[in-house]
Ligand binder design. Structure first.
Ligand SMILES: Cc1cc2nc3c(=O)[nH]c(=O)nc-3n(C[C@H](O)[C@H](O)[C@H](O)COP(=O)(O)OP(=O)(O)OC[C@H]3O[C@@H](n4cnc5c(N)ncnc54)[C@H](O)[C@@H]3O)c2cc1C
Length: 393
């Protein structure tokens, strides 16, 4: 306990030397800032890299990761402290590197070989290498198992041809977790898929940026034309990539809390109500309390799932968090827009509160899709938690 108190004091002092302390509302704006121009996107990613590098050098990053893979070998509580302290200061958002820390790191830890762990994890956590996730295809999102990107054996290499889409931060990434079909003739579609580590600068890889509903620039299409990969660029075993990907996805869902900060939605609603002079309006108070209560439930649910205490450690429990978080994101962003009134839908350019509220509303739609849509999560919960009959194929 003393150790945790001392650790928090050190993290806070380190941040205070570099960044001004800020109020919660400013923090919220920063946490979910999106870039509406390509150069803004580049600056956002660069800001994240610079901060993660500095945190790592100071010994405040990857605190839970074992030391042999570049981490500090500490506990989840240390990780939480760093996340909490980051929220107090006006520093860049680390969200652009979330796929590396939140998806690639646990996937490599759980399924990659020892050499791969030692090669990739230290550079990932030090922000020397950025990762992206190359799962979805134009005709394989919800029905990911029908993916068509193909990997053909050629001597002792694999030749990959296909297309990926909605690949967040692929234009910034050095490596991608790539799912490709290595056995087109397998009896079951999921048993012929392999997960590869794709170096994004490998010959034959073309990344084409897309703009999302909220005007952000993190999405991309990725085209693969006869890209040559080696056996040592496979995570796990050949034709067992579906199992590896399921581990990635269940981590993605349970980690999906929908944006920055504990209590963020409550604070945003309170700020919007104060600006609108409606803090004493009984109906508004009721709506804010509902958001605040649900937000706390979400945090507790996520903690229970991470501790393996909810639903006996059933991996489908992540779907529960994802649906709850997505619904809450929509509910709270609608509340803020209602409170901002006309200024939430038509505002002077550069008005930060209204701009943020409109972005949050658009962004809340994404949260019901990313990592698998709500309909798919409900199917998973029905089949894997409630034991209902499987959906007819
Ligand atoms: C913000 C964001 C970031 C993303 N980042 C990445 C990324 O980095 N890498 C990556 O690989 N992908 C990424 N994705 C893609 C995401 O995983 C897919 O969009 C998602 O899985 C849905 O697939 P789809 O878009 O093809 O929709 P579809 O699968 O075409 O679904 C269309 C609609 O049909 C419904 N539907 C489909 N099948 C069923 C069914 N069996 N039962 C009931 N309803 C059904 C869906 O719920 C949905 O409403 C991202 C998406 C978003 C929004």
């Amino acid at each position: 306990m003393d150790d945790l108190i001392e650790f928090r004091a050190r993290v806070r002092a380190w941040l205070a030397e570099r960044y001004p302390e800020i109020g919660p509302q400013k923090d919220d704006e920063r946490g979910d800032t999106i870039a509406r121009a390509p150069e803004g996107h580049v600056a956002m990613v660069q800001g994240a890299i610079t901060l993660q590098k500095a945190l790592y050098a100071a010994g405040f990053w990857a605190t839970r990761l074992p030391q042999e893979y570049g981490g500090q070998g500490l506990t989840r509580a240390h990780d939480d402290i760093v996340a909490e302290e980051l929220m107090r200061f006006d520093c860049p958002s680390l969200r652009p590197l979330g796929i590396g820390m939140g998806l690639a790191m646990p996937t490599i830890l759980g399924a990659a070989g020892e050499e791969q762990k030692r090669r990739f994890l230290p550079k990932l956590v030090a922000a020397d290498e950025v990762w992206c996730q190359l799962f979805s295809e134009p005709d394989a999102g919800s029905d990911l198992v029908s993916l068509r990107c193909k990997a053909m054996r050629d001597g002792d290499t694999w030749v990959i041809t296909g297309q990926k889409v909605w690949s967040s931060f692929a234009s910034d990434a050095h490596y991608g977790m790539l799912l490709a079909r290595t056995d087109p003739n397998s009896d079951k579609p999921h048993s012929g898929i392999t997960m590869f580590i794709l170096p994004m600068d490998r010959k034959g890889v073309t990344v084409v940026p897309l703009v999302d509903i909220a005007g952000g620039h993190h999405f991309n299409e990725v085209f693969l034309e006869e890209v040559v990969l080696r056996d040592d660029e496979i995570i796990g075993e050949v034709n067992r990539g579906w199992q590896v990907a399921n581990g990635t996805l269940s981590g993605e869902r349970s980690g999906y809390l929908g944006g920055s900060g504990k209590g963020r939605r409550r604070r945003q609603a309170l700020a919007a109500a104060a600006d609108a002079g409606k803090l004493h309006d009984a109906v508004v108070r009721d709506r804010i309390v509902d958001v605040a209560a649900r937000e706390r439930i979400l945090e507790l649910l996520a903690e229970r799932i991470h501790a393996g205490a909810a639903l006996g450690g059933n991996p489908a429990a992540g779907s529960l968090v994802k649906v709850y978080a997505g619904n809450l994101e929509q509910q709270s962003s609608e509340l803020v827009i209602d409170l901002r009134g006309a200024s939430g839908i038509a505002w002077e350019a550069g008005h930060p509160d209204a701009d943020y509220a409109a972005h949050a509303l658009n962004g809340s739609r994404q949260s019901r899709i990313a990592g698998g849509t709500h309909e798919i999560q409900r199917n998973l919960m029905g089949e894997r938690i409630l034991g209902l009959p499987r959906e007819p194929k």
